[in-house]
Design a protein around this ligand. Sequence first.
Ligand code: PLP
Length: 416
Amino acid sequence: LDALAALDPDIAGVVVDELDRLRGGLQLIASENFTSPAVLAALGSTLSNKYAEGYPGRRYYGGCEVVDRAEEIGIARGKELFGAEHVNLQPHSGASANLAAYGAFLQPGDTLLGMALPHGGHLTHGTKVSFSGKWFDAVQYGVRADTEHIDYDQVRDLARTHRPKLVVCGGSAIPRLIDFAAFREIADEVGALLMVDAAHFIGLVAGQAIPSPVPYADVVTFTTHKVLRGPRGGAIVCRAEHAKAIDKAVFPMMQGGPLMHAVAAKAVNLKECLQPEYRAYARQVVANAQALTEGLAAEGLRPVAGGTDTHLALLDLRDTGVTGADAERRCDAAGIVLNKNAIPFDPQPASVASGIRVGSPAVTTQGMVESDMKRIASLIGSAIRDHDGSRTADVAAGVRELVGAHPAYPDPARAG
Ligand code: PLP
């Protein structure tokens, strides 16, 4: 940070202020985490300088023998961690990983069957504003109105009617476990390939806290920066029979040179995930999400789908008379960072939303446990009911107490 501060105090100030912000509040965005100083060191390394188009041993540039080692080590760790036949660590992001998977298996105009965004899916699973909905004939399934669980009957009916080439499951706001065996059966019945977008929950799979999609899916895409706790980026795991198609789709079809500093940081993260401490972390993430959800239910926020099996919960706020947007703003004012989120069949537009989404990955990294989650739930309840702002200071004091007892990046010199 000294070199940065000397050259560019403006950006050094941003880095320091962001660290202060992270340390000063409760970070409950379900897709965020605090990656380790070791991962940050690899990210901030000279590996960023290297062009390495291609794959280890098969590059289009000279001088790749050193960075090859980072990618080979990362791939070996990924195979071990996920019991996978093939791993590609080059996707720049989760969206890039999904684009590559579609590129490997689909032609423009082909049919894919994915989960609708307002029901918990992701933009890249077929929404009209995304390449996935613009370039493909995207058919969308959702959850049942009564249980708010994935409607597997609807998935089967849509698959039989539309005969998709690719069935996609996974999403950004699915609190419950996904029945991968059911998706496999449906895909097989109609001769489709099965892609699991495990971006949100792959860290729980890595830590063996929930079942793995790898034995069921043709291809599993994911981000590396959510529960997994690695650098911002994407990755793909697939069956050996699809390895060539996936590698060619990542490069040269969809991307140019890999970000070798990010590939190395992914390798570091995968080493962390292979340690017993990471398994304990993953289990605690789930226990914390469940404790937080129970606490929020006691505050009058209704858990969508009746609760959570994972790291995130979706809460329906309609009984409180407060919108998701207002709840997000009120929590933010007190240092509780979460996001408004559409609930299934939401009567509000997405920009207002009737719900909030909360996640436990970051606060669990800070070392918080179930009792802390009960306290967080009570602070959120107070913030949401704070119609005139009179309680903001009290809630903010409670937040400071909690994060003071469990600081993120306790040694800030190693985090910048
Ligand atoms: N897939 C899912 C399920 C996600 O939740 C996300 C991001 O939140 C993505 C893909 C896209 O990842 P990225 O933002 O890295 O492109």
